[in-house]
Design a protein around this ligand. Structure first.
Ligand code: ZN
Length: 252
């Protein structure tokens, strides 16, 4: 059956002497693997779209195991993300996280819109860390590890002074802080930012610039949460952490 879907290339895997397996996150089919025959050859019609970040219409013979790419029509190459080291490090992590958080053949148009919007924002120069943290918070849903950010995870209170408990997987109010001595203290602004990044629709997110203090507070919470629950050990995350530590222009 010939099928057509809009998709974004998550990664590519060389196959044999001349072929490339292209892993694509599609709007209609979810994540699928496409065999792009002959794509390694420079003159191949697939050479341009068999590249990470390529946003294209893919026409393919759909099969559960491995679909075969028949045609590709580039919409946007996101070449800029491959050429800019800072943005590229963030974009590579987003795609690897998406790959880790999704099963094949499970469509989620909302997730497709999210990754497309996030890559566009990285390209356009939005705050890299805000994009990363927003995406990480959204992916908790697909990973099955959603934190409780609506109320105190222990008593259900919705007002007061909140901390974040990794162990309890959500906010703790000031009456309940003692149940987790390792909680992260947050100020009111940081609590609101964390909720906002978790709930905001990407197309409603304006230009957000967080100061370094807020970024570090949120990053510490999210990293701690992922380390405890996600069970991921992503190469691109390790690279990104090293890159940020080494790069004097990026917040630690
Ligand atoms: Zn409480």
């Amino acid at each position: 059956m010939l099928d057509k879907s809009e998709g974004i290339v998550i990664r590519t895997i060389p196959y044999g002497e001349s072929h490339i397996i292209v892993k694509v996150y599609t709007k209609e089919r979810g994540k699928i693997a496409l065999m792009a025959k002959g794509a390694k050859k420079p003159k191949s019609q697939f050479a341009a779209i068999a590249q990470p970040y390529a946003h294209a219409y893919f026409t393919f013979y759909y099969r559960q195991s491995m679909s075969t790419l028949s045609q590709g029509e580039m919409l946007h190459s996101f070449r800029h993300l491959r050429e800019n080291l800072d943005k590229g490090a963030y974009a590579a992590y987003l795609l690897e996280l998406l790959d880790a958080a999704t099963e094949e053949h499970v469509p989620s148009p909302a997730t497709f819109s999210l990754i497309l919007s996030m890559l566009g924002r990285l390209r356009d120069g939005d705050d890299l860390d805000v994009i990363k943290m927003l995406f990480e918070l959204k992916m908790t849903h697909l990973l099955g590890i959603r934190p409780q950010l609506d109320a105190c995870v222990n008593c259900g209170r919705t007002s007061g002074v909140f901390s974040f408990s990794v162990r309890e997987a959500g906010f703790l109010c000031h009456h309940c802080i003692e149940i987790d001595p390792y909680r992260y203290s947050l100020d009111d602004k940081q609590v609101k930012l964390l909720r906002m990044l978790y709930y905001v629709k990407p197309d409603q997110l304006g230009q957000l610039a967080l100061n370094d203090q807020n970024k570090i507070a949120l990053k510490t919470v999210i990293d701690g949460y992922y380390e405890s629950y996600a069970g991921l050990n992503l190469k691109t995350k390790r690279f990104l952490d090293q890159w940020v530590n080494w790069n004097p222009d990026l917040p630690k």
